[in-house]
Design a protein around this ligand. Structure first.
Ligand code: EPU
Length: 337
């Protein structure tokens, strides 16, 4: 029997630590719970929001519908020669999955160590860090179709992965709920070490031939040094996406700002939003109960008791100043509720 809570605080369910309320709240522990929930017309009609780790959300108001907290657990793997298929429930904590794989010598997601959030969110957001994105290791996922009450498999080609994008954020938004994800990893050590910060940290530790575990540790150390721990300082990681602009546009703006940090990507030039924000003087600035992180301007933080609207207001000001200094429009990565 599903337990539906009423007027439930969401403070412990979003990493910004915003004290918003949900009109109704339910935890999903098994696939069958989804069928039970949506078989009831009362819930099928109601506006709903699925949450995993709550690490990419900003509540600017109370949620007058049903919050569905995914809690389906379990991790399994199957080894076939050099390949390992790892399947995890949507409610598994992402970093627990990383540890499971690193401890068994399964290679592929060690660069994604310590990313807050859940397994179920990983393909929606195509999470990425330090040279790897989920799309590089994603095999398939099982998702519940709300309309038909059926489970469906989505393979790589169905997901339309892009930078922090997928079909689940695009045209299928609100139609499916991911219940489990399969990742294709390898028992062979094929490490991705191109990212400058990884190279630097390995060499400062004197590690010339790193193991999967070394990479996981190094990435974790870099993240801890740069990013605030959401259990002590509320935040949702990068608040904005790194903007991608055309080469022509870049050449124009680079004339005025020759030192602009940039990376060549297949569809143009990716700029570092953190750099743009820092150049506008926002890095480490405290504004009321909120501000940007002292070591990474792309991260907005709750210094305690901030409301979602305060954080939203700060993000508007940042967008405004980046726009007027560089003519570049930042886009939020975090979902606004
Ligand atoms: N930079 C600054 N000032 C800042 C922050 C960054 O000048 O305050 C410069 C850095 O010096 C560097 C460049 O910007 O030259 C890139 O910085 P960093 O390596 O910290 O990465 P990022 O582009 O800011 C992205 C992801 C992160 C991911 C890291 C590492 C996005 C929006 N963010 O950040 O993902 O961990 O790369 O791969 O793509 C997230 O999505 O929540 C997230 C944390």
């Amino acid at each position: 029997m599903l337990q539906i809570l009423e007027n439930s605080s969401l403070q412990n369910f979003n990493t910004f630590g915003i004290d918003a309320y949900a009109r109704f709240f339910v935890e999903i522990n098994h696939q069958d719970d989804l069928v039970e929930l949506f078989s009831d017309p009362q819930w099928k009609r109601m506006p709903y929001l699925v949450i995993g780790g709550g690490s990419n959300l900003l509540f600017t108001q109370n949620f007058e519908g049903l919050i569905i907290k995914m809690n389906i657990r379990g991790i399994e793997h199957r080894i076939n020669h050099e390949q390992v298929m790892v399947e995890a429930g949507a409610g598994e904590v992402w970093h627990d999955l990383v540890k499971y794989c690193v401890n068994r010598g399964f290679c592929g997601i060690e660069n994604l160590s310590l990313i807050p959030g859940s397994v179920g969110a990983s393909p929606i957001q195509n999470i990425g860090a330090y040279g790897i994105e989920i799309k590089d290791v994603f095999h398939s996922c099982t998702a519940f179709e709300i309309e038909s009450l059926q489970f469906k498999t989505f393979y790589h080609q169905d997901c339309e992965f892009g930078y922090r994008e997928s079909v689940f954020k695009g045209k299928l938004k609100g139609k499916y709920i991911i219940s489990s994800v399969k990742y294709q990893l390898s028992t062979q050590q094929r490490l991705k070490l191109d990212y400058g910060a990884i190279k630097d940290e390995l060499s400062s530790r004197g590690i010339a031939h790193p193991s999967i575990k070394d990479v996981s540790e190094v990435v974790s150390a870099i993240r801890v040094a740069k990013l605030p721990d959401p259990s002590t300082i509320g935040n949702a990681g990068s608040f904005f996406k790194n903007p991608v602009i055309s080469t022509a546009e870049f050449q124009k703006v680079q004339q005025q700002f020759p030192e602009m940090v940039h990376f060549i990507v297949p569809d143009g030039i990716k700029l570092a939003a953190g750099w743009l924000i820092e150049q506008c003087g926002w890095k480490g600035k405290v504004v009321g109960h909120t501000g940007t992180w002292k070591n990474q301007a792309l991260v907005l933080v709750n210094h305690g008791n901030a409301t979602g609207s305060e954080i939203f207001e700060l993000s508007q000001q940042i967008i405004q100043s980046v726009k007027s200094k560089f003519g570049i429009e930042l886009e939020r990565e975090v979902n606004l509720i």
